[in-house]
Design a protein around this ligand. Structure first.
Ligand code: ZN
Length: 153
């Protein structure tokens, strides 16, 4: 009986400690949302075009002004080795992308270019691929994974 009582008291003490801990966790201020900094004065506003953002988290990826044509077209359709169809758009730069993993030349959609997986730098969503060769680099972003945002929206 005595040992049962001790155990019960110990348990209730544990619970109260846990409650205090939870309270402390809730009391902490939330981490500030990561704001996308635009570099002021680098290029005229009219050259930036619309913001191209991650469709999942709406973080800045690049701008519509960075669109380029590769082999004569901006948009390309490709099938990967697993038979999945991708529609990608080519961009000269995508500062919001995080290239990860190994650089590969296997099944490269652009002959002469190696590729690397491009993730959203904010949420980690797979946004496309970084293609590179010794003289050129561009991003092929999956059309369904990116959205255009209005500047004032
Ligand atoms: Zn994202």
């Amino acid at each position: 009986m005595h040992s049962f009582e001790t155990a019960r008291m110990a348990a209730s003490k544990l619970i109260s400690n846990r409650r205090r801990e939870l309270h402390w966790l809730k009391a902490r201020p939330a981490a500030p949302a990561q704001a996308v900094e635009r570099t002021p004065g680098e290029s005229p506003v009219e050259d930036l075009g619309k913001i191209v953002a991650c469709a999942r988290c709406e973080s800045y990826v690049t701008t519509s002004a960075a669109r380029i044509a590769m082999d004569g077209r901006h948009e390309h359709r490709f099938v990967n080795p697993h038979g999945l169809l991708f529609r990608i758009g080519c961009f000269s730069a995508a500062a919001g992308c995080l290239p990860v993993g190994e650089i590969s030349t296997f099944w490269s959609w652009f002959p002469g270019f190696a590729w690397q997986v491009d993730l959203c730098g904010s949420c980690g969503e797979h946004l496309g691929w970084l293609f590179s060769n010794p003289s050129n680099t561009f991003h092929g972003l999956i059309i369904e994974k990116i959205i255009e945002l209005d500047e004032d929206g």
